[in-house]
Design a protein around this ligand. Structure first.
Ligand code: UT7
Length: 325
């Protein structure tokens, strides 16, 4: 027998406070037209004062557990992809562990910025396959509104807050089984030489504050299209699959132009892409599970569909996951 990781359910949450492009234009030198043309973003959701990453992660997690029909007490592993934890330590994941009533197991955060969900999924898949966990919660949650530099119009219009989660279960199948439901493979990469293209200029060991986002937008855009197309091809080749086998591309929702360019480079159709960036902007680690949950709840993604998830973010980090839903 062998153990595979199956996605049992998903959930997501967006804070109630919606900020449109026109709202932003009242305090920043920008326009609705510019933001839509350059990014595809129409609005974003921001947490309220006193609302934290763990709060929105909790809502998304509860919805994922309900969707999966799993009780919090069954969860023996929580991995949260986040760059905006409530506290420098402990991890946001341990707050979730307490709030969801998970009595045992392990809980920790991974910090890979916009690739955080793919990194977290990759770690969980490995831990399930090696028998270290049976029922896991993988969360992507960020409140990038806390890191926005409102003096920098090239970045402040791009980001929003949100959270998404999936429940991943260990399932035993025959060694020779061709049943490919679940996670087929994950692929993660990073290149620390490219740190200066996208970073937050604070940190506990440097400024003792969280700092603000800084980005060389055009360079990040260029690397995103190249790296995302490459890692998608890597995932397909690893599974002896072709572009045409993918039912849905569930990309990191950073910018519609990056998604358009990546899809063009991959010679895929936009009809096979789950697109939600217009409604919530770039929510960092939350964007893939937000898009996944949207696709599932809208009835676009159906059981048995082959999904390709991909993301790139600060680090630079990037990765992909091929999943049979
Ligand atoms: O997870 C990865 C996260 N990163 C990303 O998704 C970002 C990737 N980069 C991008 O998507 C694009 O580089 C941006 C959307 C950030 C910017 O688009 P761009 O086509 O690279 O614009 P630009 O920075 O070259 O600026 C073009 C013009 C400039 O004016 P001039 O010099 O041509 O007169 C900017 O000053 O647009 C101006 N501009 C703005 N105008 C209105 C820059 N930001 C704004 C703004 N509103 N918010």
């Amino acid at each position: 027998m062998k153990t595979i990781s199956q996605l049992a359910g998903c959930g997501s949450y967006l804070p109630q406070n919606v900020v449109t492009n026109d709202d932003l234009a009242k305090k920043v030198d920008t326009t609705d037209e510019w933001i839509i043309a350059r990014t595809g973003v129409k609005q974003r959701h921001f947490v309220a004062d006193g609302e934290f990453t763990s709060d929105i992660a909790l809502e998304a997690s509860k919805r994922a557990l309900e969707h999966a029909g799993v009780d919090g007490a069954e969860i023996d592993l929580i991995v949260v992809g986040t760059t905006t934890p409530d506290r420098t330590f402990p991890a946001t994941a341990v707050r979730l562990q307490k709030d969801l009533g998970c009595g045992s197991g392990a809980a920790f955060d991974v910090q890979a910025v916009c690739s955080g969900f793919i990194y977290a999924l990759s770690i969980v898949d490995s831990m399930i396959q090696t028998g270290q966990a049976k029922t896991a919660l993988v969360v992507g949650a960020d409140t990038l509104s806390r890191l926005i530099n409102w003096q920098d119009r090239t970045t402040c219009v791009l980001f929003g807050d949100g959270a998404g989660a999936v429940v991943v279960k260990a399932v035993e199948v025959e060694e020779q089984s061709t049943d490919k439901a679940g996670i087929l493979s994950t692929h993660i990469h990073s290149d620390g030489n490219l740190e200066e293209l996208l970073y937050c200029d604070g940190g506990p060991s440097t400024t003792q504050s969280s700092g603000y986002i800084t980005m060389v937008g055009k360079e990040v855009f260029r690397h995103a299209v190249t790296n995302l197309a490459a890692v998608v091809n890597e995932a397909l080749e690893a599974n002896d699959l072709h572009n045409s086998d993918i039912d849905w591309l569930v990309p990191h929702q950073a910018n519609k132009r990056i998604i358009d360019s990546t899809v063009k480079k991959l010679k895929m159709s936009m009809d096979k892409v789950i697109l939600t960036v217009g409604d919530h902007a770039n929510t960092s680690a939350a964007s893939i599970p937000l898009a996944l949950d949207h696709g599932v709840r809208e009835g676009l993604i159906k059981r048995g569909d082959l999904l390709l998830m991909e993301a790139m973010g600060g680090g630079l980090t990037w990765g992909a996951a091929l999943v049979r839903w």
